[in-house]
Design a protein around this ligand. Structure first.
Ligand code: ZN
Length: 401
């Protein structure tokens, strides 16, 4: 049976881990067919909306205090092994109270600490290095773009958020519920949730992601190749050269080197992500407008790693593919969840080896072409893959063999 993924929204645990460690790889949770929620039932969708703002010294000391509180709570938790977040709060309360911050900080530090302790993939005692703050929805006030957060009891700090129309659309929409707020040196991220009615798709869009492009084919005949990924590869390449020259030029002063590297790293990731955003938005909007579900290959990256013949060394190809893969899938999943568009992960097996029309084995030709001897037809490799993904494997449609 092929695992499918329906209405994926990142688990709370994942979001928290990602908030702490920053660059956890995205691994979607697979649901078996039996666990799959009925497609028409209402779903809770969450979107975390990032706002720019200018940080201050006061916030920097809050970040530092919060970081220490989490690490304290983790140490207490490692010794005592609490079974729940509330048990951890009970154990750590007095120690964390010494920081003199508002009680909300204690609750929230324990929540973050508990989820770090519970993370099954952890190998050692977790330690939080990143500067950030997380507060639950009862603790802050948001008035248009003015955010008020507590510091010590009865004292507050106000943050002026910068927002575009996109941001205002979330703030002014009173049907949305506000969730927790996460603040770091660069952004304030506010979670908004809503309950949305899912729909039974009338067809599907198959999405094939590879290093050069994202190719989509839909059951209603729509097909498109997004070539912006080539720019992402170029961006990554360019920044690799920049990073190499920074390390070389600053090898006598690691602090400056570190600062420059993080600045350029951020720029690189912003620019690359923007390209992927353009693509994923168009795909999800099309699916919503036409009542289609989205099918993507299950993220493993392994098949992609060993795909030869794109003229690059294996290490670059591997990193590039897994990054693009994960980022595209992450964006499609959360954008689709927000609009109630069902998303399925299909088994990637055979999606670039068989003819979508007759199912027989295809023979590779030069220039990413594939030839089906039975149909006497030459396919483009990416078209073929996206058509196969489209036709693949929602279990009730075609039992897997
Ligand atoms: Zn054929």
């Amino acid at each position: 049976m092929i695992p499918i993924l329906s209405h994926y929204s990142p688990s709370k645990e994942y979001q928290e881990t990602a908030a702490i460690y920053g660059r956890e790889p995205y691994v979607p949770a697979m649901l078996s067919a039996a666990e799959q929620p009925s497609r028409k039932s209402p779903i809770t969708a969450t979107e975390s909306v990032p706002f720019n703002y200018s940080s201050s010294d006061e916030l920097a000391s809050l970040f530092e205090a919060f970081r220490c509180m989490i690490n304290d709570a983790i140490r207490i938790g490692v010794d005592a092994g609490p079974r729940s977040r509330f048990a951890l709060i009970g154990l750590a309360y007095n120690r964390l109270k010494e920081y003199g911050l508002h009680t909300h900080y204690i609750l929230s530090a324990c929540e973050v600490a508990f989820s770090a302790l519970r993370n099954k993939r952890r190998k050692s005692v977790p330690y939080v290095k990143r500067a950030f703050l997380k507060l639950d929805r009862q603790s802050y006030r948001l008035n248009h773009l003015l955010l008020r957060i507590p510091t010590t009891p009865k004292n507050y700090v106000f943050l002026a958020l910068q927002g575009s129309e996109y941001h205002s659309s979330f703030i002014e929409d009173c049907t949305l519920k506000r969730g927790s707020v996460t603040i770091n040196e660069r952004t304030v991220a506010i979670a908004f949730t809503k309950v949305i009615e899912g729909f039974a798709p009338s067809g599907y869009i198959g999405v094939d992601v590879n290093e050069r492009n994202v190719t989509v084919s839909a059951t209603d005949g729509w097909g498109h190749r997004f070539t912006e990924l080539r720019e992402v590869a170029e961006i990554k390449e360019r920044y690799r050269t920049i990073r190499a020259s920074i390390s070389k030029a600053t090898r006598r002063d690691r602090r400056i080197g570190k600062r420059l590297l993080s600045k350029y790293g951020r720029r690189e990731s912003d620019r690359s992500k923007q390209r992927v955003h353009n693509i994923t938005k168009q795909i999800v909007d099309y699916a919503k407008d036409h009542g289609l579900g989205i099918k993507m290959e299950k993220l493993t990256g392994i098949r992609r790693l060993y795909r030869r013949g794109n003229g690059r060394g294996p290490s670059l190809r591997g990193r590039m593919n897994t990054w693009v893969f994960g980022e595209t899938q992450r964006q499609v999943a959360y954008k689709a969840a927000w609009l109630g568009v069902p998303v399925y992960c299909v088994n990637p097996r055979g999606t670039s080896g068989n003819c979508p029309d007759c199912g027989s084995r295809v023979a590779p030709l030069a220039q990413r072409k594939l030839y089906c001897p039975k149909c006497d037809w030459t396919w483009d490799r990416d078209d073929l893959a996206s058509k196969n993904v489209m036709a693949c494997a929602v279990p009730q449609a075609r039992p897997s063999t």
